[in-house]
Write a protein that binds this ligand. Structure first.
Ligand code: ADP
Length: 660
């Protein structure tokens, strides 16, 4: 084929115009694109060679070489991958084959500003070379063709390109960029190395550059800008060295990766010194293909509770680094997870905006969420050592299983202590996984001081006739434990979950039931123990309510500014009174929290419940101090649940008056 000049497809010309005019603010990406093409070409060769090993010719080691020539002002990326035939060069480097990109170009409005925002969302690939080059020369020879079937492709990136046949012994492709005057700094080893390690460290092929040495490199002045070397500069040595780590651990088979290597990689990407608690590594196939390598850290970061904090997932597309902190890949409540997602389907130039909308990304996020939950379920399952009938663990487990069980025991507890509060945010954020999340929750309870009671454990221990899972929220464990609302439950031996995380109140709004059993706050609504109460107790309660009617009316009147209602209760045993809120009202604790956080909270007037059996309550009627006693009763109930009287000084005065 003699030299011929061909026109670019209209869309290519349009794309080229855009690339050169709107991507100059992020010039360096061209190298990522070209290295990625070179790496793809090697992948393709490897694939075709599966059935035709002759394609390797005499160069079985696939590699990418990057070289530059300062004098000629060129930068060249060479690969020994599949290469291109003449027709392929014309087709692939003159048209846009991918329908997505074609579609995209056809949508371009011609309005440069709007278009330049769009372009960030699509892979511009080979053509990005024109960001830094005013001329590109491609020389290539397809694997399997003869040396005489090489092709040279040259273009200035305007309307057309030239192709001609050349002799080329080497298989594969070299792309030579004739650098623009404002891009000459890309003809420098440190600049190029920096970009490669930023974007392409995890390309599994070696990316080689020729080693340089200082010519007559003795130190003359250590503080000058050349590092104290002769200005004679660097000279090439003829030795090539790999400049990328070529270590895409996630792309390797699980069985070839040691535990230490997994841990080491975690430390590298998380900048954490401690080994992770667990990891999950999977290749997901199907309509969206990706690999995930996700870790759960051992320790929570300082800013765990900052929901604005960046996520810990790095996004790669075909082993090329795209971005850090890809928050779209993981829900906010799993923001502590660190790791890598490598997608085969997203375009290299994917932007954060596109990530938010992409269907592939949505599928990836769902897949990652499921995996993390699965990993947590595993940890939870192995948190406690298995118990044999007689507690003889050794007999039921093989030595290997026993070691594994011991290695995993306690991990979930550790996880939960660090991240449990954040996990709970998921109840309100991720409805689809609510049931799985609910099973992962752990609480302290009236029978367990440690945060270790799961809802399923609780259910399994429920008393005959018990119809609800009872819980109480409070600021501290001590306040929860000693809360007057718990008295009747203690008396009857009914377990109550004690919730002391700030997020509990909010999260519980989203969890009305667990596995068919309603969740019931013991501080909300009238206490209804249902079948747990016997007939005699019910009758006594009704009678008390009747005889106390006049007293209740008086109390109500005295406390009308503070209490929504006053009623007799059966929930108290030792305390004279307690406060509860209406069934669907905001708890006093949540209202208090909102106020502390400076947010507006609706004024909640609680209900005062009094214990008809308590001597103080019995003494109320007819007391000359009725008014003061009524207020003391109310304020003490508030104090007992960790609140503060609205007017503490008045409270103190009243108590003192009585004491005197
Ligand atoms: P993409 O790589 O996203 O398909 P590009 O514009 O980067 O788009 O490249 C267009 C096509 O040119 C590629 O699909 C490939 O067929 C061919 N190509 C580009 N670079 C090389 C290379 N180094 N070796 C072989 N073929 C290449």
């Amino acid at each position: 084929m003699s030299k011929q000049t061909l026109s670019f497809q209209a869309e290519v010309a349009q794309l080229l115009h855009l690339v050169t005019h709107s991507l100059y603010s992020n010039k360096e990406i061209f190298l990522r694109e070209l290295v990625s093409n070179a790496s793809d070409a090697c992948d393709k060769l490897r694939f075709e060679a599966i059935n035709n090993s002759g394609l390797y010719e005499d160069a079985p080691n696939l590699e990418v070489r990057v070289s530059f020539d300062k004098d000629a002002k060129t930068l060249t990326i060479t690969d020994n991958g599949i290469g291109m035939s003449q027709q392929e060069a014309i087709d692939h480097l003159g048209t846009i084959a991918k329908s997505g990109t074609k579609d995209f170009v056809s949508k371009l409005s011609g309005d440069q500003k709007a278009d330049s925002q769009l372009i960030g969302q699509f892979g511009v690939g080979f053509y990005s070379g024109f960001i830094v080059a005013d001329k590109i020369t491609v020389e290539s020879r397809r694997a399997g063709l003869s040396a005489a079937d090489g092709v040279r492709w040259i273009s200035g990136g305007a309307g057309d390109f030239e192709v001609e046949t050349i002799d080329r012994a080497a298989r594969g492709t070299s792309v030579t960029l004739h650098l623009r005057d404002d891009a000459l700094d890309y003809a420098s080893a440190w600049k190029v190395k920096g970009i490669i390690s930023k974007y392409s460290d995890h390309i599994s092929l070696p990316i080689l550059m020729e080693k340089e040495e200082w010519k007559d490199g003795e130190l003359i002045n250590p503080s000058d800008e050349n590092g104290g070397r002769q200005p004679g500069g660097m000279v090439k040595t003829g030795d090539w060295e790999s400049v990328n780590k070529a270590n895409a651990i996630w792309a390797r088979a699980k069985k070839d990766i040691t535990h230490e290597q997994y841990d080491e990689f975690y430390k590298q990407i998380s900048h954490d010194f401690e080994a992770p608690l667990a990891h999950t590594h999977n290749r997901v196939e199907g309509s969206t293909e990706y690999t995930q390598l996700l870790y759960i850290p051992s320790k929570a970061p300082m800013d765990l509770y900052n929901r604005e904090k960046s996520a810990g997932i790095k996004l790669y597309v075909k082993r090329v680094f795209i971005m850090d902190d890809a928050e779209a890949l993981m829900p906010t409540y799993l923001r502590f997870v660190k790791g890598v997602v490598d997608s085969a389907d997203l375009p290299l130039n994917v932007s954060r905006e596109l990530l938010q909308e992409s269907r592939d990304v949505k599928a990836i996020r769902e897949g990652c969420t499921k995996r993390v939950l699965g990993m947590l379920e595993d940890l939870a399952r192995h948190d406690r050592l298995p118990e044999a009938a007689d507690g003889e663990v050794t007999d039921v487990l093989s030595a290997e299983d026993k070691a594994a069980a011991e290695a995993n025991a306690g991990k979930y507890t550790k996880f939960y202590n660090e991240f449990g509060a954040v996990l709970k945010e998921g109840l309100g954020e991720d409805f689809g996984n609510k049931d799985r999340l609910a099973k992962l929750l752990r609480f302290a309870s009236s029978t367990s001081d440690t945060v270790s009671v799961g809802l399923a454990d609780y259910k399994a221990r429920m008393k005959e006739g018990q119809e609800a899972i009872y819980y109480i929220t409070a600021d501290t464990l001590a306040a929860a434990k000693n809360s007057p609302q718990l008295e009747v439950f203690k008396k009857k031996g009914i377990e109550v979950l004690l919730m002391t995380d700030r997020v509990d109140e909010w999260a519980l709004n989203y969890l009305n039931e667990f596995d068919g059993t309603p969740m019931q706050s013991v501080a909300k609504g009238a206490v209804d123990l249902g079948k747990l109460q016997d007939e005699a107790e019910k009758k006594a309660a009704e009678e008390a309510a009747e005889t106390f009617k006049p007293l209740l009316a008086k109390l109500k009147e005295a406390l009308k500014d503070k209490a929504e209602d006053v009623r007799v209760t059966t929930r108290l045993v030792d305390s004279p009174a307690c406060l509860v809120v209406q069934d669907h009202g905001m708890s006093t604790q949540l209202a208090r929290m909102l106020k502390q956080a400076g947010q507006s909270a609706p004024e909640v007037k609680p209900v005062l419940e009094v214990n008809a059996e308590h001597p103080l309550v019995k003494k109320l009627d007819g007391s000359v101090h009725f008014h003061d006693l009524a207020h003391i009763l109310f304020d003490q109930a508030l104090l007992a649940e960790g609140g503060l009287p609205a007017d503490p000084a008045a409270y103190v005065k009243r108590v003192n008056a009585l004491l005197v």
